[in-house]
Design a protein around this ligand. Structure first.
Ligand code: CDM
Ligand code: ATP
Length: 296
């Protein structure tokens, strides 16, 4: 019997991001408000009866075995479970098809989201019956952003972003600008001038005001991102998401959004820009909950 499952891998945004310390292992402690966008990649998983994994089309610049989708699938191939209907390891194979929309190195968590969708998708197809906590624990070994995508609720994130508390965020329409350049997350965290010791605050405080501590460094290193931040700021409280390069602006009015799209198409043809709704429930979880999801 062949089975398949198509699932979204949404983008995330950081509504604010404070860096509160450096850990002995080199990672940084954060305080951040995570929210999902109704915009992202799509993955389709076709079950195989052997233990081969394929991914198509290949993601440009990422070796197949380094792709977070394949790395996530390999973690599940190795998992031992006593679930009654679990596929045995030698039959845990899949052909995976990816529609990539999330710009890479954009601070929208695309790689991490692809990994989380793979964990949830193959957990279901291979009937491994792992809990979300177990999947998040596996996922955090792939990236700090994977747990929020696994749990699927908008969250106040602490630790390296894996300690999650539901956050009651407003859900405006967002304008997202990709200024045509990407940022390597590790470079930002490595930077000597980075603000790494912001005071620890409460979620309530963060919901009222907050900033992105990465912004000054990213501005310094990338004139293109600085220019896009300045340009979008004329319309409101524009902010970097993650370590950049994308800039987000919450809108109260869709017409304003259309006006921004028009202006970008006239004045900044090297940028990518889109409007999207935000959501406090991941579109991945919405899809998994609303349909049994399997065909075959
Ligand atoms: C900045 C955020 O986008 C906020 O959502 C994320 O925390 C980044 O998450 P990510 O892309 O999944 O990051 P990872 O792949 O885990 O880490 C990339 C590199 O960034 C640095 N890094 C990342 C997260 C963190 N809390 N502290 C760090 O110092 C580390 O040098 C790490 O080697
Ligand atoms: N499936 C994947 N999709 C995108 N990038 C991937 C994938 N697998 C591995 N990568 C690698 O991960 C890097 C970061 O990609 P990603 O799209 O997650 O960046 P990002 O949005 O800046 O992430 P973050 O906000 O988590 O820092 C890429 O440059 C690429 O080398």
């Amino acid at each position: 019997m062949s089975m398949s499952l198509t699932l979204p891998a949404p983008a995330k945004i950081n509504r604010m991001l404070h860096i509160t310390g450096k850990r002995p292992d080199g990672y940084h402690n954060l305080q951040t408000l995570f929210q999902f966008l109704k915009y992202g990649d799509d993955l389709t998983f076709f079950c195989r009866d052997d233990n081969q994994l394929t991914l198509s089309p290949a993601v440009e610049g990422v070796e197949q075995e380094q792709n977070l989708i394949i790395r996530a699938a390999r973690l599940l191939q190795q998992v031992e479970t006593s679930a009654p209907h679990a596929r045995p390891a030698e039959r845990r194979g899949a052909d995976i098809h990816l529609i990539k929309r999330i710009p890479m190195g954009g601070g929208l968590g695309g790689g991490s989201s692809d990994a989380a969708t793979t964990l949830l998708g193959l957990n279901r197809l291979w009937q491994l019956a792992l809990s979300l906590d177990q999947l998040a624990a596996l996922g955090v070994t792939l990236g700090a952003d994977v747990p929020v995508f696994v749990h699927g609720f908008a969250a106040w994130g602490e630790g390296i972003g894996e300690k999650l508390t539901p956050a009651p965020l407003d859900t405006p329409l967002f304008c997202v600008v990709h200024p045509g350049v990407s940022v390597v997350t590790a470079d930002v965290f490595r930077s000597p001038e980075l603000t790494r010791y912001s005071p620890v605050i409460s979620m309530e405080h963060a919901l009222r005001r907050g900033r992105n501590d990465c912004e000054p460094i990213v501005r310094q290193h990338s004139p293109a991102i600085a220019a896009a931040l300045d340009w979008l700021s004329q319309f409101g409280d524009a902010r970097l998401t993650g370590t950049g390069s994308c800039i987000i602006l919450g809108l109260t009015d869709e017409q304003e959004g259309r006006n921004i799209l028009l202006r970008v198409s006239e004045e900044h043809t090297d940028w990518q820009v889109f409007l999207t709704e935000s959501s406090n429930i991941s579109p991945l979880h919405a899809t998994l909950n609303e349909q049994p999801g399997m065909t075959g």
